[in-house]
Design a protein around this ligand. Structure first.
Ligand SMILES: NC(=O)c1ccc[n+]([C@@H]2O[C@H](COP(=O)([O-])OP(=O)(O)OC[C@H]3O[C@@H](n4cnc5c(N)ncnc54)[C@H](O)[C@@H]3O)[C@@H](O)[C@H]2O)c1
Length: 341
C-alpha cells in the first residue's frame, strides 16, 4: 500500500515505521517547511513531495495518510484524507476540542475507511505488560490508578512555537497520553474534579500544571498529573493499585515493579520483583504494524475515532472543572455529545 505523510518531525518516525513494514511504501510527503521537505525527500528517496497536503489527496494510489501535523490541523487533514478515500492514522491528541473530534467521527462514518488515533503509549512495552498482568488478575481488583505526563516544554515549543498557542491546553496536548493510559487500563471515568496552576512557564498563555481526579464506573478512583514546566527529565510514571498487588510502570524505565501478595507470603515484607522491559516510549513502528494489519484483515481498530474523542473529552472535563471550580460529570456532559452519532 502506498502511504502519504503530513508533517515531517513526528512524521519521520511514521516514515521509518512504514519503511520497516513489508506491506507499505512511502510514496508522498508533505511539510510546509521546504527545507525539511527537501531533506526528507532526498534522505529517503521519496517519489513525491509537496508543501500543500491537498496534493496528496489527489493521488489515487495513496491508500493511507499519516497525519503528523500540529494538533490544530488534525481535523482538517484527517477529514480531507478520509473523504478522499484514504485510511488515516492521526497523531494524538485527536483534536483540541469536541467539535473537531465530532467532525472526524462523522467523516470516518461517511467514508467507511479505517481510522486510528496514535495513542502510542498503548504500544510502550512496559505499559503493554502492565495491562497484561492486570488483566490476568495477578494484582486483584483495581482500586486506584494514577499516571503523569511530566515534560519540560521549554525545549519543545514546536516548529513556529505552535505548542505555545493558547488553544493548546497542555492537559489535552500532552496529558492525553496519561488520561488515555488510565482509560485503557481502568475503563472510562464518570466524574472528574480538576485543579490547575501557572507558576513555571509564566510567558506561556496556558496553565502549566494540572491535576485531574477521577471516579470510575467500577468503583476505581484515579488521578492524572500533567506538567509542562517541571524541571526534570520526561516521565510517564504510572502506578496501578489492586487488592492483591501494585505495579509501578514508567515508559522511561527498563523494568516494571510488581508487588503482589504472592511475594509477600514468601518474605513477609513487601518485596517487589523487577520485570525487565525494553524502553520504547514512542513505539511508532508497532503502532503502524498494528494499523496496517487491521487494514489488510479488514478488522476493527481498537483505538478508533470514538476512543480518541473519549480521551479528549475526559481531558476537557478536568479542564472545565479546574476553570469553573465544580465537579464535571463526564458521561452526562461530554460523552453524551458524541456517543450517539
Ligand atoms: N505520539 C507522541 O508521543 C507524539 C510526540 C510528539 C508529537 N506528537 C504529535 O505529533 C504532531 C506533530 O508534532 P511534532 O512534535 O512533530 O511538531 P514539530 O513542530 O516538531 O513538527 C511539525 C512539523 O509539521 C510541519 N507543519 C506544520 N504545519 C503544517 C501543515 N499545515 N501542513 C504540513 N506540515 C506542517 C512543520 O513544518 C514541522 O516540520 C502533533 O500533533 C503532536 O502532538 C506526538
Amino acid at each position: 500500500m502506498k502511504v502519504g505523510i503530513i508533517g515531517l518531525r513526528m512524521g519521520r518516525a511514521h516514515l521509518i515505521g512504514y519503511l520497516q513494514n513489508p506491506h507499505t511504501e512511502v510514496y508522498g510527503i508533505c511539510d510546509i517547511d521546504e527545507n525539511t521537505l527537501k531533506k526528507v525527500k532526498e534522505e529517503y528517496n521519496i517519489p513525491f513531495a509537496t508543501t500543500d497536503y491537498r496534493d496528496l489527496m489527489q493521488i489515487k494510489d495513496i491508500e493511507i495518510i499519516s497525519v503528523a501535523s500540529p494538533d490544530y490541523f488534525h481535523k482538517e487533514h484527517s477529514v480531507s484524507a478520509l473523504l478522499s478515500g484514504k485510511h488515516v492514522l492521526c497523531e494524538k491528541p485527536l483534536a483540541l476540542n469536541l467539535e473537531d473530534c465530532i467532525e472526524i467521527i462523522k467523516a470516518v462514518k461517511k467514508s467507511g475507511k479505517k481510522f486510528m488515533i496514535g495513542q502510542v503509549c498503548r504500544f510502550a512495552p512496559g505499559f503493554v505488560l502492565t495491562k497484561e498482568i492486570i488483566d490476568s488478575g495477578e494484582i486483584g481488583e483495581l482500586f486506584f490508578v494514577e499516571s503523569e505526563y511530566a515534560h519540560d516544554y521549554r525545549v519543545a515549543e514546536g516548529v513556529g512555537k505552535w505548542r505555545k498557542d493558547p488553544r493548546r491546553e497542555p492537559f489535552i496536548g500532552g496529558g492525553c497520553h496519561a488520561v488515555d493510559l488510565i482509560r485503557w487500563i481502568a475503563g472510562d471515568p464518570i466524574e472528574t474534579f480538576g485543579y490547575a496552576n501557572h507558576k513555571c512557564l509564566i510567558d506561556w498563555p496556558v496553565n502549566d500544571a494540572t491535576i485531574g481526579i477521577y471516579k470510575f464506573e467500577n468503583d476505581i478512583i484515579g488521578k492524572v498529573f500533567c506538567s509542562i514546566g517541571c524541571i526534570r527529565p520526561y516521565t510517564m510514571r504510572s502506578v496501578f493499585y489492586g487488592t492483591k498487588g501494585t505495579i509501578i510502570s514508567d515508559n522511561t524505565s527498563d523494568h516494571i515493579l510488581l508487588c503482589s501478595t504472592r511475594y509477600f507470603k514468601i518474605k513477609s515484607e513487601y518485596n517487589f520483583v523487577k520485570i525487565p522491559v525494553s524502553i520504547s516510549h514512542h513505539n511508532v513502528s508497532a503502532e503502524i504494524n498494528y494499523f496496517v494489519e487491521k487494514i489488510i484483515k479488514d478488522e476493527k481498530v481498537e483505538m478508533d475515532a470514538i476512543e480518541g474523542t473519549k480521551t479528549v473529552a475526559v481531558c476537557l472535563g478536568t479542564i472545565i472543572s479546574a476553570r469553573e471550580n465544580r465537579k464535571v460529570n463526564i458521561k452526562k456532559e461530554l460523552f453524551s455529545q458524541f456517543l450517539d452519532i
